[in-house]
Design a binder for this molecule. Structure first.
Ligand code: GTP
Length: 245
């Protein structure tokens, strides 16, 4: 199991070569690309020492919103226009309660840029869950999902929980990928699917809750109906993809 400690949070020492770092654009650059955002590496509100931590990794092309999704989940905020590419890798810890069960998620934010890919692969192997994002305004990021799923098959464990997320669903006219296309792809690969918005918060908690529920179900195989994707009520009829879960 991966360790939890204060020393390793958001460590970017895997990128010792300064030429690989994005130019410092802000006063307090962060490996996440978010100014002044430092993920919490402590488990809050946890007393059960024997509850395992589930390593959960955010994946997808650069700019699809991985860091934004994590920041929204962690802080409930969206920092518009505060973008610089993630150049490191690190984790934040979060406890999600599903059906009365506390699940500890250790959520890793990764750099989406191609040049960091080989480093990211090293983190797949012991991952319990993968949140794979594309940007609904960026068709290329959607087309690249097949390649991402190929890498996942190659580097991750066979039984890893995978969820596909179409992020930036708030984008209206800029949309380039229809919700149905995302649903179809998810169904083809037998993975769960939701559209999310790191900007408005739509389905952000729901996505992590679904992952947590899947992890619980995997550990205690019982009734598969508990795994139906539960999008936020206002979006349920459009976002959920029950056959995919
Ligand atoms: P890398 O670190 O390079 O892998 O990128 P990333 O996937 O972490 O993307 P990031 O979270 O840094 O977001 C990229 C840009 O998209 C930023 O300008 C964000 O403000 C914007 N963005 C992220 N999520 C959303 C969203 O849900 N809606 C809208 N409208 N913009 C978003």
């Amino acid at each position: 199991m991966s360790h939890v400690g204060t020393d390793d949070s958001m460590s970017d020492d895997v990128f010792e070569d300064d030429t690989l770092r994005a130019p410092a654009q802000h006063s307090a650059p962060s490996p996440t690309g978010y100014r002044d955002y430092k993920p919490d590496d402590t488990i809050r509100g946890i007393v059960e020492e024997d509850v395992p931590i589930h390593k959960t990794i955010l994946l997808g092309d650069s700019g699809v919103g991985k860091t934004s999704l994590l920041v929204q989940f962690e802080t409930g905020k969206f920092q518009a226009g505060n973008f610089s590419a993630t150049v490191g890798i690190g984790f934040t810890n979060k406890v999600v309660t599903v059906d009365g069960i506390k699940v500890k998620l250790q959520i890793w934010d990764t750099a989406g840029q191609e040049r960091f890919r080989s480093v990211t692969h090293a983190y797949y192997r012991d991952a319990h869950a993968l949140l794979l994002l594309y940007d609904v305004t960026n068709k290329t990021s959607f087309d690249n999902i097949r390649a991402w799923l190929g890498e996942i098959r190659e580097y991750a464990q066979d039984d890893v929980v995978i969820m596909l997320l179409g992020n930036k669903s708030d984008s209206g006219l800029e949309r380039a990928v229809r919700r149905e296309e995302g649903q179809r792809l998810a169904r083809e690969y037998q993975v769960a699917f939701m559209e999310t918005s790191a900007k408005t918060g739509l389905n952000v908690e729901a996505a992590f809750a679904h992952v947590a529920r899947s992890l619980v179900a995997k550990a205690n195989p019982v009734d598969p109906s508990r795994l139906a994707v539960r999008a936020q009520p206002s979006q349920e009829h459009r976002s959920s993809c029950p056959p995919c879960s």
